[in-house]
Design a protein. Structure first.
Length: 393
C-alpha cells in the first residue's frame, strides 16, 4: 500500500509540473488543438480558436480529423506528424522572385508583456517535403497592436524598431529538416504592453538567406519554388534566467561513447577465417571513424592479405538497433542511413592506403539486420557496431 501511495504522489507531482508549464505559457491555443467551425480546405487558420492571419490571404490549418489537402500526416505539401496533439498550422515564408504572397499567423497573448522583463520564446517548425527552398528568416514578432494588411501581400519591415521586436535565430541557421521538427527560440526583452504575436518572414527576399534543396524521393509530387513550413507548439514564457532559454533542451541526448574491443590471442595455426573474425573492427555510437585502438587489428588483416595474394575480402558493415531507430527521428540524415556502408568503406580505405588493391576488396551494408548480441545494454549494442571480414570464394 505504501508503494502505491508513493507512486501516486510521483505521478501527481509530474502532472502538476506539466500543468504549471502550460499555465505559464502566454500563448492561447499554442498547438492549434481548440477549433470552432468546420475545417474544409486550405486558408482556414481562423478555425483554430484565437488564431488568424494579418493579411487577406489566410494561413493554413492541418488536422488528423480531415482527409485530403489539409490532412495529417499526409497533405498537399508533404508529410509530417504533429509536434503536439492532432493539428498544426502552415505558412508560406518565401517564393522564388516573390511569385506568391507570403502568409502569417497571429494571436493575442493571454496578457501584455511586462516592461523590462525577459521572455523565452519557442516555436517548432518543419519544412514541407515539396518545398524547393529552405530559409533562415522565420521570425516571431511582438506588437501592442495587430498587424494588418487588407490585401494579399508580404509584411516587410524597414526600420530598426520593428526588427528589434522580432525573435529569430542569431546564427542565420537555415531550417531545412523535413520529417523532423526544429526549434526556433530566443529571449525577448519586452518594452511593455506588447499584446500580439505574429509569426512569418518580415524580411525582403534579398535579406533572406536561402538554400535550394533536392526533392525527397519518398514523397510524390512536383517541387514548388517556395519555402513552406508547418508550425506547432508555440511558447512564450517569463524567463528568470535568459541563459536557460535553449533550443537544445528538448533535443535527444547523445548516447554515451562506448567502443567494444575484442582482445583475443589468436593461435598462429588458426584458420584464416578465425584470424579475420578475431580482428573484427568496432565503432563508437553513430560514428564511422576508425578508433586507433584497432590499428593493430587492421595491420594484421593487411598481413593476411599480403601473405595470400589470391585472397579477396568483403567487409560487412553493421549498425545497432538504436542507430536504426535514430533514422526515424532524422530520416534525411545520410550519415545514419548509410552508416553501415560508411563503416565498411572506412576499413576498405585503410587497407587500400596500406597497399592492398581495391580489386580485392568489396563492401556490404547489412545495417542492423544481423546483430551478434540481442541484449539492450550499452555493452550489447557496442558489439553490434562493427565491420566483419568475409572471404569471397
Amino acid at each position: 500500500m505504501k508503494n502505491h501511495i508513493v507512486t501516486f504522489i510521483i505521478i501527481l507531482a509530474s502532472t502538476l509540473n506539466i500543468q504549471s508549464q502550460e499555465d505559464n505559457n502566454l500563448v492561447l491555443n499554442p498547438s492549434f488543438e481548440s477549433v470552432d467551425g468546420k475545417l474544409k480546405k486550405l486558408t482556414q487558420i481562423n478555425v483554430a480558436n484565437d488564431w488568424d492571419s494579418p493579411t487577406a490571404l489566410k494561413a493554413d490549418l492541418f488536422s488528423t480529423s480531415i482527409s485530403g489537402d489539409i490532412s495529417v500526416p499526409i497533405n498537399i505539401y508533404g508529410k509530417e506528424f504533429p509536434k503536439d496533439g492532432e493539428n498544426y498550422a502552415g505558412i508560406l515564408v518565401y517564393s522564388y522572385n516573390n511569385k506568391k504572397p507570403r502568409t502569417y499567423i497571429q494571436s493575442q497573448l493571454v496578457k501584455p508583456l511586462a516592461s523590462g522583463l525577459d521572455y523565452c520564446i519557442k516555436i517548432h517548425v518543419s519544412l514541407a517535403d515539396l518545398s524547393k527552398y529552405a530559409i533562415d528568416k522565420i521570425g516571431i514578432h511582438f506588437s501592442d497592436e495587430q498587424l494588418s494588411l487588407d490585401k494579399k501581400g508580404d509584411i516587410i519591415f524597414n526600420n530598426k524598431a520593428d526588427f528589434s521586436s522580432i525573435v529569430n535565430n542569431e546564427k542565420s541557421k537555415i531550417y531545412k529538416s523535413r520529417y523532423k521538427w526544429e526549434t526556433i527560440c530566443g529571449t525577448y526583452q519586452a518594452d511593455g504592453k506588447e499584446k500580439y504575436i505574429t509569426i512569418g518572414n518580415f524580411y525582403n527576399n534579398k535579406d533572406t538567406k536561402y538554400e535550394k534543396l533536392t526533392k525527397i524521393d519518398t514523397f510524390p509530387g512536383t517541387q514548388l519554388p517556395e519555402a513552406y513550413y508547418y508550425i506547432d507548439e508555440i511558447e512564450v514564457t517569463l524567463s528568470e534566467n535568459p541563459e536557460s532559454c535553449s533550443c537544445d533542451e528538448n533535443q535527444k541526448k547523445k548516447r554515451e561513447s562506448l567502443v567494444y574491443n575484442l582482445d583475443v590471442l589468436t593461435d598462429e595455426n588458426a584458420s584464416t577465417e578465425t584470424k579475420l573474425k578475431n580482428n573484427t573492427i568496432y565503432f563508437d555510437v553513430e560514428s564511422f571513424n576508425l578508433d586507433p585502438v584497432f590499428d593493430d587489428n587492421l595491420s594484421k588483416v593487411v598481413q593476411i592479405l599480403v601473405a595470400d595474394s589470391t585472397l579477396k575480402l568483403q567487409m560487412n558493415g553493421h549498425t545497432d538497433n538504436l542507430e536504426k531507430e535514430a533514422i526515424k527521428d532524422d530520416p534525411e540524415n545520410k550519415k545514419l542511413i548509410y552508416l553501415g556502408s560508411y563503416r565498411s568503406k572506412s576499413v576498405k580505405d585503410f587497407l587500400i592506403k596500406n597497399g592492398i588493391s581495391a580489386s580485392r576488396l568489396s563492401t556490404e551494408d547489412l545495417k542492423a539486420n544481423q546483430p551478434v548480441s540481442r541484449g539492450t545494454s550499452s555493452f550489447s549494442y557496442a558489439k553490434n557496431r562493427r565491420v566483419e571480414f568475409v572471404i569471397l570464394k
